[in-house]
Design a protein around this ligand. Structure first.
Ligand code: ARG
Length: 298
């Protein structure tokens, strides 16, 4: 089996050949006490410096936290840290893994922007306290890697979808495939508004994905269509303005998504998903929404 796959010709397995991983039951969240837009490192942040309504942001975050708890997930809350306004996007600082013997491992990120590098040690501390074995990239060799912003687990098949182009370097996926001994489907990202893979690909269940097609190359789209039976497409407006593809399905049945994705929500219901709409309006100003505001843990 080829470990890192970038074109459909390299695909030498089907979904049926793969083994699922244990479903994560814990949700890490970082309290938005110090959340703000203080700098511009993605196009969505443009014009929003100093524009966060802190009370609204806290309220939106609390609703999301309750949403996970209502579904029976255990939430684990970390305090925010002054001076690290993006730490609330806790999908980005790491890529956790559990092997078949139940050993928990985590690869820490090398954040692309200097402004975010200070978040990583705080998240690492949480993993150390939760008995994960912590791994680091050689920063001289791998410039960038932004965790589950770009490397998305498909838990039901135990494979990783790895985006590159803006925040993560493509070489990192060879190392991840080796280290975790899992296949990685590597996808190039084309549009800087969709700078993380989690802004244009949402893995909903074993067979279903939600995508914004224009963010991908032809090779990427071929791979997505080869490995998912159902590919739901978001419109430009819902993908770009409402971050529809930054939705998340914590259990493969329920989908948490930014409020107002009318077209995508109808398609999700047609595929039998339960849609839960949340407002993440304050976080959209920073270029993030539901998916990147949490990390699923074992
Ligand atoms: N302001 C943050 C950044 O640009 C937002 C990160 C959102 N995360 C995500 N995975 N989409 O880094």
């Amino acid at each position: 089996m080829k470990k890192v796959i970038s074109t459909i010709n390299e695909l030498d397995f089907t979904i049926a050949d793969l083994k699922p991983m244990p479903a994560p039951k814990k949700v890490l969240l970082v309290k938005p006490t110090h959340f703000a837009v203080e700098y511009v490192i993605n196009p969505h942040m443009q014009g929003h410096v100093g524009q966060i309504d802190k009370m609204a942001a806290m309220d939106e975050w609390e609703h999301l936290k309750n949403g996970y708890e209502e579904l029976g997930f255990d939430t684990h809350v970390l305090e925010g840290v002054r001076g690290l306004p993006d730490m609330v996007f806790c999908a980005n600082q790491s890529l956790p893994y559990i092997d078949e013997n139940g050993n928990k491992k985590v690869l820490m990120s090398v954040m692309h922007a200097d402004q975010r590098k200070g978040e990583v040690p705080h998240i690492q501390q949480m993993y150390e306290d939760s008995s994960y074995q912590v791994f680091h990239l050689d920063e001289d060799k791998f410039e960038d890697f932004e965790g589950m912003g770009d490397a998305l687990w498909h838990y039901k098949t135990g494979l990783i979808w790895g985006g590159y182009g803006f925040r993560s370097s493509q070489e990192v996926y060879d190392l991840i495939a080796d280290m975790y001994d899992v296949p990685v489907i590597r996808l190039e990202l084309l549009n800087e508004k969709f700078y993380h893979l989690d802004t244009c690909l949402c893995i909903l269940d074993q067979k279903t994905a939600l995508i914004y097609p224009k963010a991908f190359t032809k090779n990427g789209l071929d791979l997505i269509h080869a490995l998912f039976d159902n590919v739901i497409e978001a419109s430009k407006y819902e993908a770009e303005e409402l971050f529809a593809c930054n939705a998340t399905s914590p259990d493969g049945k329920n989908v948490f998504i930014q409020q107002g994705c009318t077209d995508v929500n109808q398609k999700l219901r047609d595929h039998d998903f339960n849609v839960h709409e949340f407002s993440t309006a304050e976080y959209l100003k920073s270029g993030g929404s539901v998916f990147c505001m949490k990390m699923m843990l074992w």
